[in-house]
Write a protein of this length. Structure first.
Length: 246
């Protein structure tokens, strides 16, 4: 049986989406409620910049449908370090900050490295070893987003596979596209939307990404997000992608 393909965007508060993706006059406080009923996942990115309160995570959990899932970007304080091992205390603080209040709606955690961070097998091994497989009895899924070309090698895949951590696949991006299976789920960030296309991508281009996602879903759950690019088009691209899956 094919696994689930979840499709979404990064965040949900963005002024250019109002009146185009969001209906005119919709209160900003209702935007997550609306977006979570058009999409099947959202990558929370506010957690990358600062700590959120447990009550905030509970509020997000309760505003979304029962089968909705969030991906969460881990804090930059943990990942943007000269030596990644120094981020250990930040990893612990983040996991204790209330993110587990998302409950069953907590999907993968994206640990995004700085674009200047170069590959060092020992350093990556140490960092991934700091990411716990569970917290308070809840299994955790981790994904590592690397953005320097030095990571495009077999050694990275071997280290990630040893720890059961997925490698984020960058699509239509200046970053290296590393499409390897290292965990029992796949995480894609597709970054090529353009204002030239009303829905960010042409029907043919969306079809190619759909075909790719379906192939991955033969083995694993798939989390695919339209990120960056022409950000104002990302929700429309995600909606069109989902429509074509039905």
């Amino acid at each position: 049986m094919p696994h689930r393909i979840r499709v979404g965007i990064g965040g949900w508060n963005f002024a250019p989406w109002r009146g185009k993706f969001y209906p005119k006059g919709l209160a900003q406080a209702k935007e997550l409620h609306f977006a979570s009923r058009q999409l099947t996942s959202i990558e929370i990115n506010s957690t990358f910049y600062g700590t959120q309160k447990p009550a905030t995570f509970r509020k997000w959990r309760d505003e979304t449908p029962e089968d909705f899932v969030f991906a969460v970007k881990a804090p930059m304080f943990a990942t943007h370090r000269k030596r990644l091992v120094e981020g250990g205390p930040s990893v612990k603080r983040f996991l204790a900050s209330g993110v587990l209040e998302l409950g069953e709606k907590l999907g993968p955690i994206n640990w995004q490295l700085a674009p200047t961070k170069r590959f060092d097998a020992g350093e990556i091994d140490e960092f991934l070893a700091m990411l716990p497989a569970e917290a308070k009895g809840r299994p955790l899924r981790h994904a590592l987003e690397v953005r320097h070309e030095s990571f495009d090698n077999e050694e990275l895949a071997a280290v990630a596979r040893e720890h059961g951590v997925a490698i984020v696949e960058a699509g239509d991006s200046a970053y290296p596209r590393i499409a390897v299976r290292t965990a029992p789920f796949r995480y894609l960030r597709v970054m090529g939307t353009t204002t030239k296309e009303p829905k960010g991508y042409s029907s043919r281009a969306l079809g190619r990404w759909r075909t790719h996602a379906r192939k991955l879903a033969a083995k694993d759950d798939v989390f695919l997000y339209f990120i960056s690019g022409a950000k104002e088009r990302n929700p429309l691209a995600a909606q069109a992608f989902i429509t074509g899956l039905r």
